[in-house]
Design a protein around this ligand. Structure first.
Ligand SMILES: NC(=O)c1ccc[n+]([C@@H]2O[C@H](COP(=O)([O-])OP(=O)(O)OC[C@H]3O[C@@H](n4cnc5c(N)ncnc54)[C@H](O)[C@@H]3O)[C@@H](O)[C@H]2O)c1
Length: 535
């Protein structure tokens, strides 16, 4: 006997095989037994409790977030949908579309059980009780607010599709980072076509960091849920809270009004980026005065009011979020007439641009004021270690700066494909924000790339090179055999450590001329950088 036919699609069921000769006896004993009551109760309560989730957007946020929810809530069906066939195919394959430590393991444990990846966006949206929207929200390229405001095209088209296909009440969760009061706009789109359907919009911004996304999702420092203050809003908040409560303790789940939640995410990224720009600004002063930025960082980190994190000086911050979210914040401030506040946050980006530009100038001026025709090995292209993401990586600006001085680049990154690097170097700034598969084909795709070579490993990249730039802090680079590298390089051999991960003393012993951000500068290099200009 197959009980499935009698049960609604979302119910959990038990399949019991009974030989026809025993059916009568089975039913009579079942009806009178405790087990029958238990069976019926379980089925009905499962039917009531069963929740189906749909995550729109299978990117760096949507993919890992929904996979971890599926892992932690085996009784919940999770569908992750995307308009990109190639992304969904990759999620369904052995080579996931993004690299994150631990992600493969999480996906393997639930894919095909309670986690599916699909391009059938409309069906899964229609069937879901709760819809998480994790589509991209890049900086607007054209029109009003261009270069600052968030481009909500992807969000709006997702909202319109939800309004078109839904036939029952839904909770819609903003996972994307959006400007304050986006929920209001989404509500209007949904209400316009509501057909009597009730929608509750929640803001549940994601705080994961790429490179540690799975760890951050498994053990979040907080989960923030903003919702409407009325009873229906509070009920929706509770439903989302119940999902997180499967693995997150209650004291870590913060609930706020919806506008506070939206603004908190922008503020969070702005504060983190500001911290990086602060230590990077100090690194310039350290180089000018003979102080050592790592020592300054250590001293600061011992102040409990400051703490140790985000105090490493570097060639600059990158990633898809920091710059775009600060620009968005600046735009919101300007729209509200808060010019001084807008200028304050703008400065965080200016210092970041200054840091990248300063680095390029240091390389060029150290190498006798020109890198024309010289081979420079670029080690690391991802915006940070343990991710394959290159969006807004400082490596793009640095490489473009060096190519602008006619350098020949040999680039090696352990996780970023040759194709990706070439695409990044042939695109303009605004395009970097958009996922590759959503971009128009660039007609200028070979621009300047004749001087770019992608190497298979560190030793190929550095062979016969005049200089090395470390642009990502991959652990692999700490284990390089620098004596071997030195022997194979042109002399004098330069190392420019944009991440401060190398042992400068050892490198100097080998014979390298070394520049490390924020460290006292060797006499050789000291005739430089008074006039760094932004890109
Ligand atoms: N990447 C991060 O570290 C991070 C962290 C926190 C928050 N965020 C925010 O999360 C959002 C998503 O970021 P991401 O890095 O995952 O972006 P992403 O570009 O990697 O992924 C977005 C996905 O949404 C898909 N998409 C766009 N419109 C769609 C539609 N209408 N229907 C279905 N799919 C659609 C795209 O095809 C793409 O695969 C952004 O707002 C970002 O600011 C990102």
């Amino acid at each position: 006997m197959d009980c499935r036919a009698a049960l609604p699609a979302h119910s959990q069921y038990i399949r019991i095989q009974i030989p026809p000769s025993c059916l009568a006896e089975f039913w009579s004993s079942l009806i009178t037994s405790f087990y029958f009551e238990h069976f019926i109760f379980t089925t009905i309560s499962n039917q009531r409790k069963m929740v189906k989730l749909c995550g729109i957007g299978a990117g760096y946020v949507g993919g890992p977030t929904m996979a971890v929810i599926a892992l932690k809530c085996p009784s919940i069906e999770v569908a992750v949908v995307d308009i990109s066939q190639s992304r969904i195919s990759a999620w369904n394959s052995d080579k996931l579309p993004i690299y994150e430590p631990g992600l493969e393991n999480v996906v393997k444990q639930c894919r095909g059980k309670n986690l599916i990846f699909s391009t059938d966006v409309e069906r899964h949206v229609q069937e879901a009780d709760i819809i998480f929207v994790s589509v991209n929200t890049p900086t607007k390229a054209r029109g009003l607010g261009a270069g600052k405001a968030a481009d909500l095209t992807y969000w709006e088209s997702a909202a319109r599709m939800i309004a078109d296909v839904c036939t029952s009440d839904k909770i819609v969760v903003e996972k994307s980072t959006v400007p304050v009061r986006t929920a209001e706009a989404i509500e209007q789109i949904l209400a316009h076509k509501s057909k009597g359907i009730k929608y509750q919009i929640l803001s549940n911004p994601e705080f994961l960091s790429e490179g540690t996304a799975v760890q951050d999702l498994l053990e979040p420092d907080r989960v923030l849920i903003g919702g409407n203050e009325g009873p229906e809003g509070q009920e929706a908040i509770k439903k989302l809270k119940d999902i997180y409560a499967h693995w997150v303790s209650e004291d870590k789940i913060i609930t706020t009004n919806i506008w506070s939640a939206e603004l908190s995410k922008l503020a969070d990224n702005a504060f983190l980026a500001q911290r990086i720009s602060s230590i990077n600004a100090m690194s310039a002063l350290c180089e000018a005065t003979g102080a050592q930025v790592s020592q300054v960082s250590l001293a600061l980190s011992k102040n409990p009011k400051i703490g140790p994190r985000f105090l490493n000086a570097s060639v600059g911050f990158g990633g898809s979020c920091f710059q775009k979210d600060i620009l968005n914040l600046v735009y919101i401030c300007e729209c509200n007439g808060l010019v001084e506040v807008a200028n304050y946050w703008k400065q965080v980006i200016k210092v970041n641009d200054y840091q990248k530009s300063r680095f390029v100038q240091r390389v060029v001026s150290s190498m006798f004021n020109t890198v024309s025709g010289k081979k420079i090995a670029v080690l690391g292209f991802a915006f940070k270690k343990d991710t394959s993401d290159t969006r807004k990586t400082p490596a793009i600006d640095v490489c473009k700066g060096l190519l602008g001085d006619d350098a020949c680049l040999s680039i090696y990154d352990p996780r970023v494909s040759a194709d990706q690097i070439k695409k990044d170097l042939s695109m303009n700034n605004v395009q970097w924000d958009h996922p590759i598969h959503l971009q128009p084909l660039s007609s200028s795709s070979s621009n300047g790339l004749e001087h770019v070579d992608i190497a298979e490993d560190v030793y190929e990249a550095t062979k016969d090179a005049h200089g090395i730039c470390i642009l990502t802090e991959w652990d692999e680079f700490k284990g390089i055999d620098f004596q071997r590298v030195f022997d194979d390089m042109q002399k004098p051999a330069f190392v420019f450590d944009g991440r401060n991960i190398l042992d400068v003393g050892k490198l100097r012993e080998i014979g390298f001329i070394v520049y490390s951000i924020g460290s006292p500068v060797e006499q050789w290099l000291n005739n430089t950088v008074n006039s760094a200009v932004p890109f």
